[in-house]
Design a binder for this molecule. Structure first.
Ligand code: ADP
Ligand code: MG
Length: 347
């Protein structure tokens, strides 16, 4: 039972407020903890310029996925992918995972097999080993929680807190596609409910659906930066939307930034789908989330190298103006960036 009789709704402080609240009452006791709560993964010193990275992410039915349109194999793959993404976001490489599942009675052996087919495929594609987990029953639906472990060179770890004035802000791939994929799936679900005889009309949108259902963490980008001798000064993966993530970087680094709307990479299919939903494509790109691209900063002296790298866009720069994150439009007008992305307790 709760001993404190106050009843503060968690939505009042939000997901990040709650995490701050929890972390305040825990002091780090072990000297090897280089970073505890507050980054994409915890960083544990192993000595000899080596660190271990640890991260965990949970997906729960009805909140993070809908069984109506989520194939279990994809769900297993995605659950692994989102964890590996947090290891890559530290400029590290994942090596092991544990998988814990809570299952209600509606899930059969065959269903669990399908889920693990996806987990296995992700393990094979990203060369990680499944080394444990936990299995429990649940009253309602499924929850899947994965912990990933990885390694990095201590001197090359990219924290959220390393961005400095004049650094260039870069992003991999394109943004907003996963959100538009979700809108399409939700629309089909609604139409199917109204008329079960209707065939899904998702032709031509495979890319957006794949981005939503089967995201790929950007191992290739970590490799590309490494091969080109670039160590990002800061890095974070885009799980909650560009706005939310750049604010995390600015807050952790004690800096501001100017991000240019015209430089934000958006795929033409995202653009097309946004038009279909009467939306400006910058909305999903800024606030959509679940793209699992990497947002990072590099020193200005790396400009000549970075501008030539395929699949990387330079979208702005870091300013000394503490916490003043600004979005600059085509007319060169700046407005403050606000986080409208995914927030666990505002759904
Ligand atoms: P990400 O989006 O990269 O997965 P989160 O926003 O989920 O990161 O978490 C931010 C930080 O807060 C991480 O260091 C994470 O380990 C920590 N964290 C989140 N929830 C809790 C919790 N309930 N208790 C302790 N630490 C937490
Ligand atoms: Mg992250």
């Amino acid at each position: 039972m709760f001993q404190n009789t106050e009843n503060t709704p968690i939505s009042k402080i939000g997901e990040f407020g709650l995490i701050d609240h929890i972390s305040k009452s825990f002091e780090v006791k072990n000297k090897d903890v280089l970073k505890g709560i507050g980054d994409d993964a915890a960083v544990i010193d192993l000595g000899n310029d080596k660190v271990m990275l640890v991260t965990t992410d949970m997906l729960t039915e009805g909140v993070h996925f809908d069984m109506v349109y989520t194939p279990l194999k994809h769900l297993g793959y995605k659950a692994v992918a989102v964890n590996l993404s947090d290891i890559y976001a530290m400029n590290g490489n994942p090596s092991h995972i544990t998988v814990s599942i809570a299952l209600s009675s509606k899930f059969t052996l065959e269903a669990v097999e399908e889920l693990y087919e996806g987990i296995k495929l992700a393990c094979e594609n990203y060369k990680v080993d499944l080394v444990g987990g936990d299995t429990v029953s649940s009253q309602y639906g499924m929850t899947i929680s994965i912990t990933a472990i990885g390694y990095a060179e201590k001197s090359k770890v990219a924290y959220r807190s390393g961005a400095k004035e004049f650094d260039l802000v870069c992003v991999s791939g394109d943004l907003g596609a996963a959100f538009m994929g979700l809108q399409l799936l939700e629309r089909e679900k609604k139409m199917f409910k109204e008329n079960p005889n209707l065939q899904p009309d998702l032709n031509g949108y495979d890319y957006l659906l794949e981005r939503q259902l089967k995201p790929e963490p950007r191992k290739d980008i970590v490799r590309l930066l490494h091969d080109n001798g670039i160590v990002p000064t800061s890095m974070i993966d885009i799980s909650d939307g560009l706005s939310s993530e750049i604010l995390h970087v600015c807050k952790a680094s004690g800096v501001g930034c100017d991000i240019y709307i015209s430089k934000i990479p958006v795929d033409h299919l995202t653009q097309q789908a946004a038009e279909l939903f009467n939306m400006d494509a910058t909305t999903p790109a800024l606030n959509g989330g679940e793209d699992y691209e990497l947002l990072f900063t590099v020193k200005q002296s790396d400009f000549e190298i970075v501008k030539k790298l395929k699949g990387i866009s330079i979208i702005g720069h870091i300013t000394a103006d503490k916490m003043n994150a600004r979005l600059v439009n085509q007319a060169n007008e700046a407005s403050p960036i606000t986080a409208l992305g995914w927030e666990a307790f505002n759904q």
